[in-house]
Design a protein around this ligand. Sequence first.
Ligand code: SF4
Length: 254
Amino acid sequence: MAKKTTTQRIKAAKKSKAAVPKSPRKRAAADKQATHGDVPQWTEAEVEEAFRRFQSVDPAPKGELKHVNSFTLLVAVVLSAQATDAGVNKATPALFAAADTPEKMAALGEVKVRNLIKTIGLYRTKAKNVIGLSKMLLAEHGGEVPRTREELEALPGVGRKTANVVLNIAFGEPTIAVDTHLFRVGNRTGLATGKDPFEVEQKLVQEIPEKYKLHAHHWLILHGRYTCIARRPLCEKCIIADLCKWPGKITLSA
Ligand code: SF4
């Protein structure tokens, strides 16, 4: 069965008779409050309990970007900046069928890459970066994706978040990539408040128990994408609703 869209999930949640939603104005005010870090912080026991629940529901969460090897993962993550995974996944099968190694990508050339990814936002810059990073992998890393943050971040189009995703998925490092979803969930819930993604990442790294770190990024991104949705969080269906500190939380009537 096809996955529900965000709009369909929100509509289904609204039909829940037990849900007592705050008005959009109150929710917006609550988000503003949370953005300023003005929500209670979580205790160690609450953090442990949240991740215990995430793990019990989804023991081995996976990222949603299509890829066939660590190089195509790197390219897919670069393409996903300011774009949705679904949008990237529409373009990459044809791109990776044409080029799934740095050699093939460099040989394909910027114009052809641009044409293959033109449905993705910022495609001109991204095509340039994909060719640039392919050439750099060939020139400096023997055509392999490097395993250190410094080497990854030196590649064109690769920032801290992209490096964290690649280190986590390709190399099994317990890194936590803070994207728009993690940033919102961290601040909104009070789990990890911060004024920028780096601050939220540092807090998550500090407070998440080691045993949950490998999958924490995926649990939180999926939670933000499908449950703690920006415009209308589905608190009625949320498995950490009792732990969440968001003042705009949608509650259930008795
Ligand atoms: S209860 Fe759940 S869905 Fe609602 S704001 Fe908190 S974390 Fe998000």
